[in-house]
Ligand binder design. Structure first.
Ligand code: GDP
Length: 194
């Protein structure tokens, strides 16, 4: 708390309370094709483009959200396209990540198994206080659903994760996903301020 804040509001921050700016590295994990890139594009650009596809290496985007308590959280989002090719680099990729978002496709039981593999990987090699979210994407495809909501809920509960179903296509629960993650972040002193 800066001394200038004592007692009266300051014009720069619009109030007399501390504004905290938190920056976190967030990694996306999950089978190819589950919608990781689309989730990021929907969150960052507000778009869904079924034809766009990042194909080379890892891409990086950032987006800042403001919470009600005047905290801002800047997500630095790491998305690996072609996960399999870069599997050997995975530990480098999630090192230093405060958040891991593990995505599966609700129409694909294989992708749900793969999500569980990533959870175990992170439990072994990730930071011990990493915030993990389990995301069942493509929730708009109800008629093709092959993974029950309850399966996701139960697995997440057992593993101390936050669970949500999303649709990058309809934008359903995309902002909610990131807002919930922001609320669960440990704060403030153990995260880099800028
Ligand atoms: P990634 O490999 O995990 O990054 O997957 P992409 O983001 O490239 O998406 C793979 C395919 O799934 C694309 O054809 C997308 O159009 C489609 N897709 C992604 N999200 C959704 C969604 O929420 N609903 C539906 N119906 N299709 C989606």
């Amino acid at each position: 708390r800066g001394s200038r804040h004592m007692g009266r509001p300051h014009p720069e921050d619009g109030g007399g309370h501390d504004a905290r700016n938190i920056r976190v590295k967030l990694v996306l994990l999950g089978d190819s094709g589950v919608g990781k890139s689309c989730i990021v594009l929907r969150f960052v650009r507000g778009q869904f483009d079924a034809t766009s596809k990042v194909t080379v290496g890892a891409s990086f985007l950032s987006q800042t959200i403001a919470l009600q308590d005047s905290t801002t959280v800047k997500f630095e989002i790491w998305d690996t396209a072609g996960q399999e090719r870069y599997a050997a680099l995975a530990p480098l990729y999630y090192r230093g990540a405060a958040v891991a978002v593990i995505v599966y496709d609700i129409t694909s039981p294989e992708s749900f198994s793969k999500a569980q593999y990533w959870v175990k990987e992170l439990q072994k090699h990730g930071s011990p206080d990493i915030v993990m979210a389990l995301v069942g994407n493509k929730a708009d495809l109800q008629e093709k659903r092959e993974v029950a909501v309850q399966d996701g809920t139960e697995y997440a509960e057992k593993n101390g994760m936050f669970f949500i179903e999303t649709s990058a296509k309809t934008a359903d629960n995309i902002n909610e996903l990131f807002e919930e993650i922001a609320k669960r972040l440990p704060r403030p002193s153990d995260i880099v301020d800028y």
